[in-house]
Design a protein around this ligand. Sequence first.
Ligand code: ARG
Length: 412
Amino acid sequence: MADKVVLAYSGGLDTSVAIRWLKEEYNLDVVALTIDVGNERDFSAVEQKALKVGAVKALVKDAKELFVNYFIFPALQADAIYEGQYPLATALSRPLMAKLLVDVAHEEGASAVAHGCTGKGNDQVRFEVSINALSTGLKIIAPAREWGMTREETISYAQRYDIPVPITAASPYSIDECLWGKSIECGVLEDPWVEPPEEVFTWTKAPDKAPDRPGYVEIGFEKGIPVTIDGQKLDGVSLIMKLNELVGKHGVGRIDHLENRLVGIKSREIYEAPAAVVLLQAHQALEAMTLSKEQIRFKQKVAIEYADLIYNGLWFTSLHQDLAAYVKSTQRFVTGTVRLKLFKGNCQVVGRKSPKSLYSFGLATYDKGDEFDQSASLGFIHIWGLPVKTQAQVQLLGEAEGPLSIMKPKRR
Ligand code: ARG
């Protein structure tokens, strides 16, 4: 009996060809594992296809709940956004897939696992770093990195072995989807000057075709986790699915990112992430109300680190555990409701409230009821400005340069 390999199987061309290729090149029996992270699809068709193409076993695992609770929501609480733009959809799904691959490999007594990534992207790194963190002695095979076939050659390989070529193989785009967003690359998108053609977008309506009336949505958070939409309690998976639909209709959630990959390449990436975009925006709006200035400043630095470690495949590390503990602590009072206005591709926060709000009407108001002691500002300004005044007199007034040369006293 041949050894077994567990392959992360999407049902697409590359991983279908990989089933045959792993048998031919490595004489391995393939167990195809398809992981449902909210990439809506006919999973029983995917399962049938794996078997038809030659897998000895095909498994489908619904991982949506795990994905939301262990990956998406912690990243949301951290405000993790890569390079200020990318909510990290694909990047977050990979360590989860690695975990399930390793589990199934152990259950099946397989000696190897395989994935469909090429040698140019981040996903190969995320998969393999995570797999190696979670297991010892599992061989990792990356057929698409090894076989050296072009797209056309892969298609003729498929035809030679009677592997159905999906119509999507004719599409020039490389697409990856999960609950937290859709990633689109390749084709004309590789020219950063070309506007993305409308056909690449399937989750969001074109902003100019979006409804002529604004939509409103209220998102309720408990300790940094979204729990209600318009007052209705929802589990995490349903909440994200519902928001993707509701927000996408208004054309909100399109991202055009010229991104720095871990492997040194700059690449142009298009994302659609309606739920992620509004949840991140709403979450930060609520933090603005419930965290101190210093907490927010420090947390912004942590957010950058957190996003980088997700992007760079370092999910299963102690640094992550440490940062997650900090983030969790910051969320104790991030409870409340944010109201957002959606209109033709735009999303604006138009209201927020919290039982633990640090916003004080009595301090902020210019009207009756003002509790702020304005006379105290005099002493405050005196002390605050003391070092400024000292330095200006000793060092700057005579010798200031650049934009500060305007400080020099005018000669009469
Ligand atoms: N650039 C994004 C990332 O590295 C998206 C990758 C999309 N992956 C894919 N296999 N199409 O996370």
